[in-house]
Design a protein. Structure first.
Length: 171
């Protein structure tokens, strides 16, 4: 993941700190990080965000498995009311110091993410999976959209072709 601007949530792990039996890391986003993520995602609030990761290293490759969970507030597209949603995202990623470019004959193969300057940013991983958990069209539980067509003819928009139809009728 490459970003021009720094992410509000960062938790760097030096790859050399990963022991042969692996490394387990857990963290909770603090209030400043949650406010920054809410602004980044254009939602009212990220109320809680927890991440648990297990890292294993073999050669230049690091496998990251874990879970990101939490609660965020979104705005209902039907009622415009804010409401809370909880999420739980499982994570399984590979990182490599020298990732090979994707092959043309296997476009669906996922190449590993790069290890940048010997570090993996687990905060960026947690933020990315939080963003993936967001519903692009959030709907408050129980909210129902009801389409109504106006019956009053005066409220209907006049078609631009109505004037042409009237001219044709007159001739």
């Amino acid at each position: 993941m490459s970003q021009d601007l720094p992410l509000p949530l960062s938790h760097l792990v030096d790859v050399t700190s990963i022991r042969p039996d692996g490394l387990t890391i857990s963290f909770d986003a603090n209030e400043t990080e949650r406010l920054g993520l809410a602004k980044l995602f254009s939602i009212p609030a990220v109320n809680q965000l927890s991440a648990q990761f297990s890292l294993t290293r073999k050669g230049s490759r690091v496998k990251v498995k874990g879970v990101v969970s939490g609660v965020f507030t979104q705005t209902c597209v039907v009622t415009l009311d804010p409401f809370e949603s909880s999420f739980h995202e499982d994570i399984a990623l590979d990182f490599d110091e020298n990732p090979a470019p994707p092959r043309d004959d296997r476009p669906d193969d996922e190449s590993p993410d790069p290890i940048i300057d010997g570090k993996i940013d687990l905060g960026a991983v947690a933020a990315e999976f939080t963003a993936l958990a967001l519903d692009p069209y959030p709907k408050k539980p129980g909210a129902v959209f009801e389409y109504r067509e106006d019956e009053d003819e005066d409220d209907r928009a006049v078609s631009p072709f109505a004037a042409l139809a009237d001219l044709k009728k007159k001739s």
